[in-house]
Design a protein around this ligand. Structure first.
Ligand code: FE2
Length: 182
């Protein structure tokens, strides 16, 4: 990574280069980054949150696909670029990716940090539609189930993960509403 470029700009540029050939993913990614910007005040490292939001889905880029679990493929790509291991771990584990990895017979080598920042990343992802609009976490889960259809490993994994996704999003929303009341 070029350390003279700030983390968020580096992440945004890298995501754009990798994802602009996938217009929906790129629109979604931009929406997730916008949501992450709204949660800056509730995390310990706001720039890291925004950078993770830009890069969370980078593993969907066709040239980066290895295992087919996009969270894992993205994290491996970032790690090979020399990105911070905390960023790799956030990408690897985002939105309960461990369930999908397990359903593919894979294990994620980075641990899930289970912090407000991790929750805020999941919240940003799960409250952003595929085209980058804002939605509600339950509607987003329904949309994924619908899009992939019953039996698909992504749909099965999201169904299995739904409780954890909703809990993470609720914790972030509680922190955000606490801010609004100050
Ligand atoms: Fe996403």
């Amino acid at each position: 990574m070029n350390m003279t470029v700030d983390l968020c700009s580096w992440a945004a540029n890298l995501a754009r280069v990798q994802l602009e050939g996938l217009p929906r993913r790129w629109q979604h990614t931009q929406g997730v980054a916008r949501q992450a910007e709204r949660a800056r005040a509730v995390v310990d490292d706001p720039d890291l949150l925004v950078a993770a939001a830009w890069l969370h889905d980078v593993g969907y880029a066709p040239r980066l696909v290895r295992t087919g679990v996009h969270a894992l493929d993205g994290a491996v790509f970032l790690s090979e670029l020399g990105a911070a291991q905390r960023l790799c771990g956030l990408v690897a584990n985002h939105s309960c990716a461990c369930v999908e990895a397990r359903n593919h017979g894979l294990e994620i080598e980075w641990s899930d940090e289970r912090t407000p920042l991790r929750d805020a990343l999941w919240w940003a992802d799960m409250t952003t539609t595929p085209s980058g609009g804002i939605t509600d976490v339950s509607l987003r889960i329904d949309e994924v189930l619908d899009r992939y259809g019953p039996g698909h490993v992504v749909a099965r994994s999201v169904a299995e993960a739904s409780e954890g996704l909703i809990a993470a999003a609720s914790r972030t929303e509680r922190l955000l509403s606490g801010l609004a009341q100050v």
